[in-house]
Design a protein around this ligand. Structure first.
Ligand code: ADP
Ligand code: MG
Length: 259
């Protein structure tokens, strides 16, 4: 089924998310609205604790909004599914007792995304080649660097051909050089298939580099502060960085005044 380009792939409407602990009710996000369209590189940007991971969890179907709705291709999200694959920040998201290749093949088989083992293996090897891990397909995760593990997680997510790839600060725990290289690689992968990605970060330069659209969230509880179209020339990007910085800074002043 083809969808007209004007229909959002992901539609987040007035979403309030809360955690209920025995002592507290924590409001993580408050009435957040945004829409992701096919082939968007949509970035959620905001300070630590503003509810970015919580929003991704809700899109993933792991958590239900207390207010508002989330729709994927027009259907309300009620549970997790292979149409939304998640890549996390942690390096330990791979199955340690399975090889690199098996880590990609396994979800393809379990979900029925691949019709046969042969098809699953072909897909796995193709994606592992795209993330430059052909030489390591029979390695176990503990023998890989952090960056390599993240590349396996990305290959696994992409092999499933989800409607949307959810990435929660996937490069935050990497050293600066590796991080920059991974950002470049993600963009190269995107050029190849123009998959839709919802990317979370608290880094302004990373948001500008990765995103075609950026949603700026206010500190706890996360509310939409602005939506920024970030496609532009490198000069525009420098201006954009200082503009975003000012927006975040003005928020801090307002917070300080409230104390
Ligand atoms: P971010 O990813 O932007 O750093 P999170 O979505 O992790 O923010 O957290 C948003 C808010 O929800 C924070 O105040 C955090 O302390 C709270 N929170 C996150 N997870 C839980 C949880 N499991 N139980 C209670 N509160 C939580
Ligand atoms: Mg987080």
């Amino acid at each position: 089924m083809s969808i007209p380009n004007t229909a959002p792939l992901l539609d987040v409407r007035g979403v309030t998310l809360q955690y209920k602990t025995r002592e507290h009710l924590v409001t993580a996000t408050y009435r957040v609205d945004f829409q992701v369209f096919p082939s968007d590189r949509f970035v959620l940007l905001g300070p630590s604790g503003c509810g970015k991971s919580t929003l991704l969890k809700a899109v993933g179907g792991y958590m239900a909004p207390v207010e508002g709705d989330i729709f994927l291709r027009g259907d309300r999200i009620a549970k997790p599914g292979p149409d939304r694959m998640m890549v996390f920040q942690e390096f330990d998201q791979l199955l340690p007792w399975k090889t690199v290749k098996q880590n990609v093949v396994f979800p393809l088989m379990v979900s029925g995304r691949a019709k046969s083992r042969k098809e699953a293996e072909e897909k796995a090897l193709d994606l592992l080649d795209k993330v430059r891990l052909s030489k390591f397909v029979d390695n176990y995760p503990h023998t890989l660097s952090g960056g390599m593990k993240q590349r396996v997680a990305i290959a696994r997510g992409m092999a499933m051909e989800p409607d949307i790839l959810l990435m929660d600060e996937p490069f935050a725990a990497l050293d600066a050089l590796t991080r920059r290289r991974m950002q470049d690689e993600l963009l190269t992968l995107w050029e190849g298939t123009r998959f839709t990605v919802l990317f979370v970060t608290h880094s302004i330069p990373e948001a500008i580099k990765i995103g075609s659209r950026i949603l700026l969230l206010s500190p706890h509880p996360g509310e939409v502060k602005a939506e920024i179209n970030s496609a532009g020339s490198p000069q525009d990007q420098l201006q954009l960085e200082s503009r975003i910085q000012q927006m975040l800074f003005s928020e801090e002043i307002r917070e300080a005044e409230n104390v």
